[in-house]
Design a protein around this ligand. Structure first.
Ligand SMILES: [Zn+2]
Length: 200
């Protein structure tokens, strides 16, 4: 087709433990095998995770470049790159939507994986807009730890009430029937004892 440049956006969305990152790696590995030039990015959400993690252990040694903002991601895309992978895309600022559009308009295949909802089942960060503009969306499901059904939610089971609670042990995959509203327990809140008046 005349003028076809090959750029588009595909989103891999779902809850925790649904295999989003594995699916991202699988698609990126296939691009590498096809000798396409690939770059992978991830947001810096915690300095402990700021190292360049190897996300694919094949000969080309794909590494995820940690970036602080969507503008930094855009600036670090190298000339000639054909595929851009983004992991944990839900943690980026809203500008990541425009960045993905610019890259796709320029002929780049953008593959981004992220949590579609937070632990309160609220749409997460830029994900709603990304799902809207993407050519292709894959909704991944985990296995519900209670009933073994298809799990769509990241059930928080420990920690506070912040939107971001880093650590897999604070979550379980749950289906719609088994999902429960989480409220932080006293031991996960600051150690301040309040004496409440007893109602009669
Ligand atoms: Zn269930």
């Amino acid at each position: 087709m005349d003028g076809y440049k090959g750029g588009w956006i595909e989103i891999i969305a779902g809850g925790m433990f649904s295999g989003k990152s594995e699916e991202l790696i699988r698609r990126l590995r296939r691009a590498v095998i096809a000798r396409q030039r690939v770059q992978v990015f991830k947001p810096i959400i915690d300095q402990r995770f700021a190292s360049e993690d190897i996300v694919s252990r094949d000969d080309r040694r794909l590494k995820a470049i940690p970036v602080a903002t969507s503008a930094e991601l855009r600036a670090r895309v190298e000339i000639g790159v054909q595929v851009v992978g983004i992991d944990e895309v839900q943690f980026f600022d809203d500008g990541v939507v425009d960045v993905c559009m610019q890259l796709a308009d320029a002929g780049i295949r953008v593959i981004a994986a992220g949590l579609d909802q937070d632990y309160m089942r609220r749409p997460f960060g830029p994900m709603p807009a990304l799902l809207a503009v993407a050519e292709e969306v894959s909704k991944m499901h985990a296995v519900c730890v209670r009933c073994r059904g298809a799990a769509h939610y990241s059930q928080r089971v420990a920690g506070g009430n912040a939107q971001v609670e880093v650590g897999d042990s604070s979550y379980e995959a749950r289906c719609r029937s088994c999902y429960e509203l989480y409220t932080a327990t006293p031991e996960s809140e600051p150690a301040v004892q309040l004496t409440m008046p007893q109602s009669a």
